[in-house]
Design a protein around this ligand. Structure first.
Ligand SMILES: Nc1ncnc2c1ncn2[C@@H]1O[C@H](COP(=O)(O)OP(=O)(O)OP(=O)(O)O)[C@@H](O)[C@H]1O
Length: 288
């Protein structure tokens, strides 16, 4: 099956991050985790990367912050090939931050305060500035009261927010999150999505890898679909989720809202574009 990635059409400036033909396999494995992966992350947008287990989403994110290095192909940052020299890597990881799926893999110190300050100390930021930035990020993430609580006493949602704070405090241009809502209850998920929207509104480009097509459809303005280490579809949420047969053929479920919308008689749907949220759905139905 061949579904070619759609080209970025509207952006004249180069993408913030671009992967061209990346190939990668883990030591001791035969199958390529990335297999000619070509995709672009547009600056200033909210991008969701969808794909089922093992499609290569996490492996791409690890390339996006220079933790893995491709065996073939190239990564470009603002149109320039990235460098793997130690000083360039350090700078790259301040501009692009990754929040891991499991906060246990990210949080290494004893308390949120210690963990959040760790990255700033490594970056050589003066102590007064460390205190100012850490206080501000703890406040904005609702973690001030937990600043000195042992990490192992925090709930999963609090650990996830701490891991996110530790990345945000470095003021990245690009924030990447691997399955940020996994295992969160609906209220914690809603809170996290609200936080991601505020971060995006402050000018940060946000990318999340997720299995959850409902979330991707409601949240993202660009969606990429990966399968077998490649990017098969790339476009707006409407464009990508409009490719129903392509998605079904690789086992990706359509967002519930779209399924429901399509189940309505054409006379009810009229010419309105499909709703992106439950509230919008209700508003459209109330019009009939
Ligand atoms: N540390 C590792 N060692 C060996 N193989 C790995 C390792 N990590 C991932 N892989 C393999 O690489 C491929 C891509 O995995 P990856 O974790 O990138 O996919 P994913 O889309 O993020 O999956 P999931 O949604 O389950 O997290 C899979 O075949 C996986 O088994």
């Amino acid at each position: 099956m061949s579904i070619l990635p759609e080209r970025e059409r509207s952006n004249v400036s180069p993408p913030l991050l671009e992967a061209r033909g990346l190939a990668f396999n883990y030591p001791g494995t035969r199958q390529n985790a990335l297999h000619g992966l070509t995709l672009s992350i547009a600056a200033g947008r909210k991008t969701a990367i969808c794909g089922h287990n093992g499609s290569g989403k996490s492996t791409f994110l690890l390339h996006a912050v220079g933790i893995h290095r491709p065996a073939a192909g190239q990564l470009l940052w603002k149109g320039q090939p990235v460098s793997y020299q130690p000083s360039a890597l350090r700078e790259w990881r301040q501009r692009a931050g990754l929040v891991f799926q499991d906060p246990e893999h990210q949080l290494i110190l004893n308390t949120p305060y210690e963990d959040i300050t760790y990255g700033l100390r490594n970056a050589g930021i003066p102590e007064a500035e460390i205190r100012r930035r850490t206080g501000a990020i703890l406040e904005s993430m609702g973690l001030t009261a937990l600043a000195d609580t042992p990490i192992h006493h925090l709930s999963l949602g609090q650990k996830k927010r701490t891991a996110l704070a530790g990345v945000l405090v470095l003021e990245p241009e690009l924030l990447l999150l691997d399955e940020p809502t996994a295992y969160l209850d609906p209220a914690s998920e809603q809170r996290l999505v609200g936080e991601l929207d505020r971060i995006h509104e402050s000018g940060v480009t946000v990318v999340m890898a997720t299995h959850d097509t409902n979330l991707a459809y409601a949240w993202a303005d660009r969606v990429l679909v990966m399968d077998g280490g490649r990017c098969l579809l790339e476009g707006t949420a409407e464009e990508v989720f409009g490719r129903r047969e392509d998605l079904r053929s690789i086992g990706i479920t359509l967002p519930c809202l779209l399924e429901l919308w399509e189940a309505l008689p054409a006379s009810v749907r009229g010419s309105a574009p499909p709703p992106r949220s439950t509230a919008e759905f209700k508003r459209l139905l109330a019009g009939f």
